[in-house]
Structures are given as C-alpha cells and as structure tokens.
Design a protein around this ligand. Structure first.
Ligand code: ADP
Ligand code: MG
Length: 300
C-alpha cells in the first residue's frame, strides 16, 4: 500500500515543554487515521510540523515517499488546522472562488465540493449567516478544492451541536469513501471510534498505541470469576491456564483474569469444573475503546 506520509522520531520542544516526543508513524493511502489524545498531548503541534507551519526540534517526516519537495507535496494536501475564516459579506461560492484564485486552482470544482459538504443549496448565502457547522463544512469544501490526496483536520467537530457533529462525521466518511486519505486529530474517543479505521494514541507527545481502531476494541478482554471459598485454588489454576495472562483480586473478592487469546466462558467453565472448581460467578467482558483509552492515557 502506498505511503502518503511517514514520521520518524519527530521531536518538538517549546522551552521546557516536550510537546512531541520521538513520534513515529505512517499514513497509508485510503485509510482514515485518528491522532487521539487528551488536550495538550501534542496533536496540533504534530499537524503543524507536517504542514510546515511549526518548526520541528529534531526528527524527520516525509511526504509521498520523499519524491517531492515539501512545498510541492503540500499542494496535494488539504488541511484545516484553524477556525474557518472567510469573508463575512461574501457568499459561500464567492469565498470559494477567491480561495481558488489565491491557491491558483481551477474554479470548475466549486459546485462539486459544495455538494460534497451539503452546502450547494446555500451557495449564494453570505458566510456571516452560516452556523458554526456550516462554516466548518465550507472550510472542508475549501480544503478539497485542489482535489487533495489527503485531507487533514484538527478537532473537526469542536464546538458544534450534536446535529452539526453528526453531519461533519458523515461528510468525512463520504470523502474517505471516495478514496481520499484522511488524518484527523481528536480528543474524542467516540469520534475516532466512529470515523477512523486507524488510530495513533498519544499522551504528552509520546505514542502509546498505533493500530487498527477495531483491533483495540477487539482485544481479548477479561473474565470476572468467583467461587464460594475456592478462590486461592482458582488463582493457581488460572495462572496455569493457557489463555490467561494475569489474574488480580478486586476489593470485593472477585477475580479478574486478563485474556491473551479468545477464551469462551464455556471453555473456561468446563476446564475449571474438571479441576473441581465450582464457579458462583462467570462473566466475560470486552473493554470498550474508552476503557482502553483511559488505561492507555492514565498517568503511569
Ligand atoms: P493538543 O493539540 O493535543 O491539545 P498541542 O500540540 O496544542 O496539544 O500542545 C502540546 C503542548 O505544547 C502543550 O503543553 C501546549 O501547552 C504546548 N504548546 C503548544 N503550542 C505552543 C507554543 N506556541 N508555545 C509554547 N508551548 C506550546
Ligand atoms: Mg489541538
């Protein structure tokens, strides 16, 4: 699969603040990537660096396998990293025409891009009459005017109402389904879970996880187990069981076994019963991305 962008050991310090810390990851064509992390974790700084508006302290990044200069490469990128800003007294269409002139791209795409973001019907309305969601959608249309290979969005739904959020997410999915690669930064798990095929989790500039979004949700999960008065024996047996990576005891006495392969409740129940352990409680749980995100981003 074609590599659109690769970051290698990227580092950024603002004085004592280590905003981006030895960050490496790759963006492959056709996927939707989320950089997920709490506020202040270095997402915007990372986007600023790859877009050449923030200077890196050290490390490398390369666009399109390094075959183009960054200046040339950025002509194939569409990005929104600031609040959308257009001329308030000009219409949506007039604003986009101006963007085409400034960027030196053809105006032939304007109507198509307005349709993509569901603003075609409002093309002759003045920008100042737009809701925040409409302004954001116009910004997306504007970023698409040069038919970019990749669209980069920083917190695309910040400040929007639920309807506006839903609409932006639908539009992002539509753009992705047409083959445009997407990289978005978000502090919202839910957003990344709903929109992104791949995720890079960062905290304090450090990468904690990189992979497919559905792989995080599909980790093997946990078993909650209890017995009447055999828990000590149960712990010993569980520790021997192939499929359990660790066992811990909760305050209420419940045992939590972490699984490292797909173990069904019936398999473990039969195994334990054969060893004369009678369970009073057995529940299999899968952690949500949210739980895992909290685990990943907790202070360690
Ligand atoms: P995020 O987008 O994940 O919220 P940022 O990249 O904006 O995180 O910020 C990462 C860290 O760098 C934060 O601690 C922030 O305060 C700091 N930071 C960001 N921009 C600057 C700047 N221009 N000068 C000094 N510190 C900055
Ligand atoms: Mg940010």
């Amino acid at each position: 699969m074609e590599t659109i962008l690769s970051l290698k050991n990227l580092d950024k310090k603002y004085g004592p603040v280590h905003a981006v810390n030895n960050l490496s990851f790759e963006i492959k064509k056709g996927n939707v990537y989320g950089i997920l992390g709490p506020n202040g974790s270095g997402k915007s700084t990372t986007l600023g660096i790859i877009l050449n508006v923030v200077n890196r302290t050290s490390g490398e990044f390369s666009w399109f396998n390094g075959n183009l200069s960054t200046h040339e490469a950025l002509k194939k990128v569409g990005a929104i990293i600031e609040r959308p800003n257009f001329y308030p007294y000009m219409t949506a269409a007039q604003n986009l025409k101006l963007v085409c002139k400034i960027k030196g791209v053809s105006q032939d795409n304007i109507n198509e891009k307005l349709k993509t973001v569901n603003l075609y019907e409002r093309r002759d309305s003045k920008f100042k009459t737009f809701s925040l969601g409409m302004k954001q959608r116009l910004a997306i249309a504007s970023a698409l005017l040069n038919n970019p290979e990749i669209l980069i969005l920083d917190e695309p739904t910040n400040g929007l109402d639920p309807q506006g959020i839903h609409e932006i997410r639908q539009i992002i999915k539509k753009i992705a389904s047409n083959g445009t690669t997407i990289l978005l930064a978000s502090h919202l798990l839910d957003e990344v879970e709903k929109v992104c095929s791949h995720v890079v989790v960062i905290r304090k500039g450090v990468k904690l996880y990189e992979g497919r979004t559905d792989e995080i949700t599909a980790s093997h999960g946990f078993l909650d187990l209890n017995t009447k008065d055999q828990n000590e024996a149960l712990i010993a047996i569980l520790n021997e069981f192939d499929g359990v990576s660790s066992v811990k005891t909760e305050l209420d006495g419940m045992l939590i076994a972490t699984l490292n392969r797909n173990v069904s409740a019936s398999e473990i129940n039969k195994f334990l019963f054969d060893k004369n352990i009678v369970l009073t409680h057995l529940v299999k749980r899968k952690p949500s991305l949210e739980q895992q995100f909290l685990t990943l981003t907790n202070d360690k």
